[in-house]
Design a protein around this ligand. Structure first.
Ligand code: MN
Length: 230
């Protein structure tokens, strides 16, 4: 079969200790999932989790140089643990959820905060704020077969050598199994789906030229440099 336009390869993440790669199908993201970040965004207490999506097209495997995006003056970092689904399913029970996870890495849910705010104010979608080119740099996947299912690990971000976010994934309001249970009531999850599991406090605006190092203990580092505006 031929195609009208050239077919593209699916975006894929590198896998620690292997030459194989993990193809990305969809990217789900949970909002306000750390109490201290929820507070800084104006939330109160344990609300029902809510999700938005980024396109797989937004993923920047391995990080590196990314451009400062257009149409924003408030381009925020959000350091997050990323969960890679290896076995799909619908209506997955939280107690069985880990069996659906292939691995974990660290990612950045880059956000045009000013455009997201327009969406919030007007009751419009967050698409322009969250789903844009190069909006999801991600590190190397670490297989759960090697490290198990982390529920406690330091998550941090340095910008130009200064610590901006520093927390622990155990501070998530909704655990990874709870997120999978909730999400899989609304979608049939598929192998290749990713979940960005929320960011702790300390979000802030990146500038052209900034060097970001995001990390989760046990899952390695992700380095990103924001290119100057041309
Ligand atoms: Mn986020």
């Amino acid at each position: 079969m031929s195609h009208i336009i050239p077919l593209w390869d699916p975006v894929s993440l590198a896998v620690s200790g292997s030459n194989d790669r993990f193809p990305v199908r969809r990217v789900f993201c949970v909002g306000r999932n750390y109490a201290d970040h929820q507070k800084e965004m104006g939330g109160t207490g344990r609300e029902q989790p809510f999700f938005f999506a980024k396109a797989a097209h937004d993923v920047v495997p391995g990080g590196g140089d990314i451009p400062y995006p257009p149409k924003t003056a408030n381009y925020h970092w959000e350091t997050e643990m990323v969960v890679a689904i290896g076995k799909g399913g619908a209506r997955i029970a939280a107690e069985n959820a880990n069996a659906h996870v292939w691995g974990y890495t660290v990612g950045l849910d880059m956000t045009r905060r000013d455009l997201q705010q327009v969406g919030k104010d007007k009751g419009q979608p967050w698409t322009f704020g969250k789903d844009f080119d190069q909006a999801a740099p991600m590190g190397t996947l670490v297989p759960a077969a090697k490290i198990g299912h982390p529920s406690k690990a330091r998550i941090w971000l340095q910008v130009n050598g200064q610590v901006k976010q520093d927390a622990n994934i155990e501070q998530m309001i909704w655990s990874v199994p709870e997120q999978i249970a909730f999400l899989s009531q609304h979608y049939t999850l598929e192998a290749g789906d990713l979940i960005m599991t929320g960011t702790p406090a300390g979000v802030g605006a990146a500038k052209p030229g900034d060097e970001l190092i995001a990390a989760i203990d046990g899952l390695g580092e992700l380095r990103v440099r924001i290119l100057p505006i041309v």
